[in-house]
Design a protein around this ligand. Structure first.
Ligand code: NAI
Length: 246
């Protein structure tokens, strides 16, 4: 197993892409720390990871809560002594056309998708610098590159993740820490499950491979970027979108 003796921290791993990533990292041998908002989902993810023989430490912590994130990371480091891999996956949408978008909808998305990534990375980075090793993967989105009507807030947050990723890669390369992004296209999860039939068929028309992606498609991309095979890759975005954009 390629990630044996490594510890991975995954945000938003109660369900969907984050859960798929956490389980794939566990299959590769990593122990897992994760956070999400929902106790029931959290228990399920934890059970699946432990069934693979890996250690697992779950938290129900909001990544946007700076103090709670610091406490959570302190507790995780006490138990595991180090974190080698960070996957910033937690993300939300609050869609509305710009003319109707409330400041609150803007703030909520920026708070989780950008400030949350800042909080968790900030709390973990010193340890990675000290051990001269770290693999960070931030989950952005195809709409951070293309834009999407009704998603000014979400698209801005996802474009912001690209700037963060490129800058951090440049700052931390000399410490053997890589920082990359994965940009999913449309992936079958609860988030896209909210789309109606008309929206789904409009999306499928834009995808050369003619289907939505799976959680596993994203999990494999993340696993590659944190593996030794990707040691010389940093500051880049891996597009996983069936050919929609690249
Ligand atoms: P999801 O809604 O199914 O799961 C999100 C997870 O994040 C849940 O476990 C939830 O508890 C957790 N979470 C939400 N807010 C949180 C917070 N404040 N603090 C801690 N945990 C929190 O979402 P999905 O579809 O799995 O998306 C995961 C990531 O992938 C997001 O960043 C999303 O923007 C991105 N993405 C998803 C696409 C899709 O088609 N599903 C496409 C492109 C990007």
């Amino acid at each position: 197993m390629t990630l044996e003796n490594q510890v991975a921290f995954v945000t938003g791993a109660g369900r969907g892409i984050g859960k798929g990533v956490a389980i794939e990292l566990a299959k590769s041998g990593a122990d897992i720390v994760f956070t999400n908002r929902n106790k029931q989902f959290s228990d399920q993810t934890q059970a699946e990871i432990e069934a693979l023989g890996r250690k697992c430490l779950p938290f129900q912590v909001d990544v946007a809560d700076t103090d709670a994130v610091e406490t959570m990371v302190g507790t995780a480091l006490k138990q595991f002594k180090k974190i080698d891999i960070l996957v910033n996956n937690a993300g939300i949408t609050r869609d509305n056309i710009f003319l109707r978008m409330k400041r609150e909808e803007w703030d909520q998305v920026i708070d989780v998708n950008l400030n949350g990534m800042f909080n968790v990375t900030k709390a973990l980075i010193k340890g990675m610098v000290r051990q001269r090793y770290g693999r960070i993967v931030n989950i952005t989105s195809v709409v951070g590159f293309t834009g999407n009507p009704g998603q000014v807030n979400y698209s801005a947050s996802k474009s912001g993740i690209i700037g963060f990723t490129k800058s951090l890669a440049q700052e931390l390369g000399s410490r053997n820490i890589t920082c990359n992004a994965v940009a999913p296209g449309f992936i079958e999860t609860d988030m896209t499950g909210e789309l109606n039939e008309e929206q789904t068929s409009a999306i499928l028309n834009q995808i050369p491979l003619g289907k939505m992606g799976s959680v596993d498609d994203i999990a494999q991309a993340v696993c590659f970027l944190v593996s030794n095979q990707a040691n010389y890759i940093t500051g880049t975005t891996l597009h996983v979108n069936g050919g929609m954009y690249g």
